[in-house]
Structures are given as C-alpha cells and as structure tokens.
Write a protein that binds this ligand. Sequence first.
Ligand code: KG4
Ligand code: ZN
Length: 343
Amino acid sequence: MKKKSVHILAIESSCDDTSAAVLENERVLSNVVANQKVHAQYGGVVPELASRAHQQNIVPVVDLALKRANVRKEDLDGIAFTQGPGLLGSLLVGSSFAKSLSIALNIPLMAVNHMQAHVLAHFIEDEAQKIPPFPFLCMTISGGHTQILRVSAFDSFEILGETIDDAVGEAFDKTAKLLGLPYPGGPLIDKHASQGDPLAFSFSEPKTENPLDFSFSGLKTAILYFLQREQKKNPDFIHQRMDDICASVQRTIVTILMNRLKKAADMTGIKHVGIAGGVSANSEIRSTLRAMQESDGWTTYIPKFEYTTDNAAMIGIVGYLKYLNQDFDREDSVASSRLDMEK
Ligand code: KG4
Ligand code: ZN
C-alpha cells in the first residue's frame, strides 16, 4: 500500500538564521535559510538584533519555502518549530508564528528540540546521505554544544561526554577573533587551514576528569599567549603565518574531538558513528571521520552540508516523526532557552 503523503512546514529561529522548510514524509521539498549578516561587524551574535531580523525575515522565508515546494498552506498537515535551546527572543519569533499559523489552519503543532534535530538530520531521506541504524554514536558539534551521544531510538539519547566549558564552535570562532577574522570564524579557519602546515605549531590537549568530556577554554588562552609571544618578536606574525596558525589550531581541535569519539566507540563497542551540528561542515573533521572507516572499521554518517548548519529541514524531520506518533503540542507550549536532551 502506498504511504500517505504528509506535508510538514518547519520553522527554525533559535539563533541567527531564519529558516523554513517543507517536507513530504522524510523527504525535503524545500529548505530556505536567511543568514543574518548584521552580526559580523560585532564579532558575535547580538540577541536583540537577531530577534529583530527574524521578525523581518520570517514571512518572506516561509512564503518562499512553500513556493519552492509547490505546496499551498491549505495542503499542510502539521507545523513544527524549534522550542529550544537557543536565544529566547529569537525562539519567540518562530514559535509565535508557528502557533498562530497552526491555529489559523487548524492543524497540529509539533515543538522540536534543536539539538535532537541536529542528530535526527541523519534520517532525512536524501541520495547524498545514508541513514544510521540504532544504536549509533553521534558527536554533536555546534556553536553552542559539544556532546557525544549514544542514540538508541528516535527519542532515546544518552550523553556519554560533553564540554565542561566552551563549545567547539566557540573555540573556532574565538580563535578566529584573536586572528582578526570576522564572525563566524569557523569556515574561515577551515579555508586558511587548507593552505597551511598543521604541524607548524603545537598546542597541548586538555585533560578532563571524564575521559569523554571536552574542554576548550584552556586552548583559547594558550593560543592567546602564543600569539602575544610571537607578535612581540614579529609584529606581522599573524598576517605572515595565518594559514599555518589556522591549520595547526584546526588539527589540535580535530585531534581532541576524534580522540574522544574513538574512546567512546571503544568503550561502547558501537561502530556506527555520525557527526552533526554546524562544525561538522569542517572539511578536516569530515575527512578524518571518513578515514576512520578504514582504520577503525567504522561505518560513518555525515549529513549533507545544508543539513549540518542550522536549518529548518532538520526540524521538519523531527516534526514528521512526532506527527506519526501523534505527539502534538498545545498552543500554550512555551519557547525555552534551555531544553534537556535526555528527557
Ligand atoms: O549548528 P550551528 O549552525 O549553530 C549552532 O546551533 O550553534 O553551528 C555554528 C558553528 C559556528 O561556531 C561556526 O563557526 C561553526 O559552526 N562552523 C564551522 C564550519 N562551518 C561552521 N567550524 C569549523 N569549520 C567549518 N567549516
Ligand atoms: Zn544548531
């Protein structure tokens, strides 16, 4: 029997990207993302400006997502939105819009956890990615989170390790700031690193009590002192050695991440390993993970690029799964800046 076609509109507004997507079951028909350029000049996301930009973007972004999908709003079966975690003012724009539209169209509403969505982006049906079996390990690496999770079912997550201070995306972005690169600096470090020598400089790997936990704040301080020392000797140091500095910092970060992930795989015996979140766009992380297929016998899962950074398609896949389970939310559900994954 042919599966019923379910159309879900999804809205993501947790940080500085306004995004809307339309899914037909597990497939993405459209995924529109409006980036907010306004933050680059401030070296980081300014929450007040982010919510204001979401207000400006949300209607045209949703409109475009429906047009590209060739779906009328009357044909929608449900609406999914990001409930949290994220910036409260930003979340309120998306959640209020989603609630109003669900009331107007009289269709179910699904509140989605942003971090769960990063992980379940693996379950979007797309020729460019493969779907992991349960249980699998997922290293979720973004601007706000760094976690290694054992994923046993769509709604069953266990945190095996996480950062005790900065997220890995912050490590990239703060290093970029020290180097005078604009926000978000992660992609720029990646770009410079591709031209540099990763062994030019070395930074030590931080120790944590739980061997699967991460710590990045010490690395930032080490890089700051290193740059100050070198600039005393040569004021043009950063400019002259940008590629080598970026390659060395990136190698250090990737080594920290992969050592923890390898330990988690050894400890659990799980050989299906994926990555998720904005930092999984990083080219060295992607190539190192691919290499682990050979060296460690892993099967690895890397989401398509557009489903790694913040996007509404990943909210849509969770919305669809919740829709199938009739796990609906009420109009009085509230946005929340903190949301627990393990609940
Ligand atoms: O998941 P995401 O889009 O937003 C959050 O939920 O945080 O992740 C954004 C983070 C930023 O810190 C950005 O610098 C980083 O992902 N990022 C990268 C790359 N592309 C994005 N970091 C390193 N290399 C990249 N190619
Ligand atoms: Zn994210």
